[in-house]
Design a binder for this molecule. Sequence first.
Ligand code: HEM
Length: 477
Amino acid sequence: MASFLALLFIITIFTVSLFLLRKSRYRRLRLPPGSLGLPFVGETLQLISAYKSDNPEPFMDQRVNRYGSIFTTHVFGEPTVFSADPETNRFILLNEGKLFDCSYPGSISNLLGKHSLLLMKGTLHKRMHSLTMSFANSSIIKDHLLVDIDRLIRLNMDSWTDRVLLMEEAKKITFELTVKQLMSFDPDEWTESLRKEYVLVIEGFFTLPLPLLSTTYRKAIKARTKVAEALTLIVRQRRKESESREKKDMLGALLASGDNFSDEEIVDFMLALLVAGYETTSTIMTLAIKFLTETPLALAQLKEEHDQIRARSTDPDAALEWTDYKSMAFTQCVVNETLRVANIIGGIFRRAMTDINIKGYTIPKGWKVFASFRAVHMNPDHFKDARTFNPWRWQSSNSEVVNPGNLYTPFGGGPRLCPGYELARVVLSVFLHRFVTRFSWVPAEEDKLVFFPTTRTQKRYPIIVKRREESKPSSTQ
Ligand code: HEM
């Protein structure tokens, strides 16, 4: 008993001294105001509980009201400076690689692989980022991706009847599209079994990277190995045939780039691209439908826009043309507003490479920073009635958002600007076109949005769909 009390005493003294030491070191620097919370856990539990609800705003609102738009907190085991300030966010984004480095949790880094674009740094990152951009830009989308996007979306929707888990279906579509774009494969059993392994890999992102303690992480590592093996076989196969058959896909571009990438480099690169577009694009597809369902006036206007495009052709299944996409003016307002309100990527973590002075404060070297896009997008000082879904705010006649500048950053910015931003917009627009012209629908049950560990609806948004021609009264009646 005496030795237990002595141990308890030592632990208490150690913890208190650590806490005081930490406080006095930070007091010497001009840190942004805030609270580091409890020793070790900091304010992690408050953050998680806010973001696990459908209204995470109070976590930021309370701290911004108390300390201002740049404040210090302590989350996920580290002191972190949070920014809800658009100028500071821009500064962080633009100084990537100079003052700040990207920073992902160990589980994500291990599962992605060291050659993934998300983890690359320096000149190689620059080169690979521009290669990726060149592969998802508007002329490539116009020249050949649009046809595949439209075809695969229709193919998937052909089998939808009655109750549909929209989030699941959207994920399937997005995965198939990315596989097609990367290596020209049409969906089949191979694609679906690869997707199942992917789901396991992604589940591992949000666990501790400790195989002995976490079954989910162990399964994710196993699945990652399987995915890498499957992709390696494809790369090797393509190397053999690359001289005779030049395919217009990402893998072809990598092999023809003259950079002599190894199999491992190409596999890591493709694996990460499949992850980056998968959750994000499918979630935005689902949430666009959810927000429209809850805003009938916007839905009616959107339907009208798309019915008019359909009316231009006698064939209801005629492929969409680039000019059709370009004529979807209100759809672009819906896309912008969905991205603003949903905040699929609510912000980005970086690590300070040196002591950084900003707005009169110091961010100490080695500290994490979090540039919160969400806090800016949801701030009524920047967007009128910010917490309401209002696609009309994006209409060119509306003076509110003529030039949103640094205020609107759903795809980030600077050297790590999302290379899939244009592609995601086209996929979402085509999906909305086919969805509203083919179906009427009602939610099958209440479903709630949550924002941790990722933005999603709790029940994968179940809906009951009805083909529009079925719901129309027959002309002979
Ligand atoms: C609605 C859909 C999407 C959203 C909201 C989104 C958002 C973002 C954001 C905010 C970043 C910046 C991350 C950072 O600065 O650390 C990013 C990076 C990235 N995105 Fe997207 N993205 C979407 C779709 C896509 C698609 C379809 C692709 C596939 C081509 C893609 C590929 C990537 C890649 C590879 C990166 C890493 C870039 C780098 O680190 O250099 N994204 N995305």
